[in-house]
Write a protein that binds this ligand. Structure first.
Ligand code: PHB
Length: 395
């Protein structure tokens, strides 16, 4: 209104008409800004998340409620909170996005919380998994997992399956310390004993000396969290080179260690490794078959992992919101619809908790096996509908 009055001269009317036309043009599009690690040591995170998102769009069409869905992908590089924040600002101010999404790494997600709040931008975490992230902005939600959620069932499983003494080794940042705390809690509550712990650097780690320390303390098993991808391959190599399996020290981990994207690169040493996680490419369901086919229709060289599922389900959430809001994204209405939303995910049923905006889902215990010549995480035990215990602990 104000704008139209200001332009109420002959020339102004033409300009105002042009402005309205361009705004109307823009409003035919729903813009999704994705901040992801597209280059550097964590580049497979971005590759997986964005291909998962594109796979959903390919399978479901790129128009919803008459609006074209557009992805704007920004490369944050590695763990770079300052870059992440700047990219979020750009997406809000320059690109005028309707949603922010992405985030493989916790520090990149945390940095954007103040922007989500100030700009009232619904922000969907596709992976970053430190429990606290979603408490940092009322406009943040998460479709992936939290480390306490996927770790707690492993501590219980280990104690009940003959593992008495465990050494914990985690990457020294949010998800690692979350995993360490959750494992210690559930394992000792079920009767297990922690015989040592170590935190390892996130970037450029040399895992050899840490693995040697584990070996020297002679536990029944090592519990490990390192980020998926290159870090997991590096840890597995050290575990193998230092002869831990031969010394009878089992490896138990969150599924980040044996993610589908790199599992074949882990080699035979990985066979028998027990992990807990929310997604395996071997999950047997019609939704997973559809997901694998959609992913393969864009990328046949990589196997999709849990981060690709995060990208795919984030788009499922966005499509559902655009449909329910008939193409007009009011941020507060969107957040209200997110609370309690259910998604028929490739991993199994998912629900977004109304009070935390975080994800509730099945957590599976899996064993690495060779299936038709390739390594897979074969699920054999399910803990259904697990909430994030991290939120409970913080209360
Ligand atoms: C995270 O930084 O939150 C993160 C990264 C990689 C994972 C899991 C969590 O595999």
């Amino acid at each position: 209104m104000i704008r139209l009055k200001r332009f109420a001269t002959r020339a102004g009317v033409a300009l105002a008409t042009a402005l309205v036309a361009s705004t109307a043009g823009a409003a035919d599009t729903i813009k999704v800004g994705i901040i992801a690690e597209m280059t550097g040591a964590f580049a497979d995170f971005g590759q997986q998340m964005t291909t998962g998102a594109k796979a959903y769009m390919k399978a479901n069409g790129d128009t919803v409620a008459g609006k074209k869905i557009e992805l704007i992908i920004k490369d944050v590089g590695g763990p770079s909170p300052d870059v992440s924040k700047r990219l979020a600002q750009e997406l809000v101010v320059k690109d005028n996005v309707d949603f922010i999404a992405g985030f493989g790494l916790t520090p990149n997600a945390m940095a954007v919380a103040p922007i989500s709040t100030e700009a009232k931008k619904p922000t969907i975490i596709m992976n970053a998994a430190t429990s606290v992230i979603t408490t940092r902005s009322p406009y943040m939600t998460r479709v992936s997992m939290t480390l306490p959620q996927v770790t707690a069932p492993l501590g219980e499983w280990a104690a009940k399956n003959g593992i008495k003494k465990v050494y914990t080794a985690v990457s020294d940042y949010g998800p690692g310390t979350d995993a360490e705390a959750a494992f210690k809690k559930s394992f000792t509550a079920a009767g297990g004993q922690i015989v040592g712990d170590v935190r390892m650097p996130l970037t450029n780690p040399d895992y050899g000396p840490f693995v040697q320390r584990i070996k020297d303390s002679k536990p029944d098993a090592a519990f490990v969290f390192v980020p998926a991808g290159q870090s997991a391959v590096g840890f597995m190599k050290a575990y193998s080179e230092r002869g831990l399996a031969a010394a009878g020290i089992k490896l138990i981990a969150t599924g980040d260690m044996t993610d589908d994207g790199v599992i074949d690169a882990l080699g035979n040493e990985a066979i028998g490794v027990i992990t807990t996680h929310h997604y395996s490419a071997a999950h047997d369901s019609p939704e997973n078959k559809a997901f694998l086919a959609a992913y393969a229709s864009i990328d046949t060289t990589h196997r999709p992992n849990f981060m690709a599922v995060g990208g795919y389900d984030a788009m499922a959430m966005i499509y559902s919101l655009v449909k329910q809001l008939n193409g007009n994204i009011d941020p507060d209405k969107a957040m209200a619809l997110i609370k309690g939303m259910k998604i028929a995910s490739p991993r199994g049923p998912v629900e977004i908790e109304a009070d935390t905006r975080d994800v509730t889902q099945n957590v599976y215990v899996r064993e690495v096996k060779r299936v038709d010549g390739k390594l897979y995480n074969v699920e054999f035990f399910t803990t259904p509908a697990v909430k994030d215990p991290g939120k409970e602990a913080a209360k």
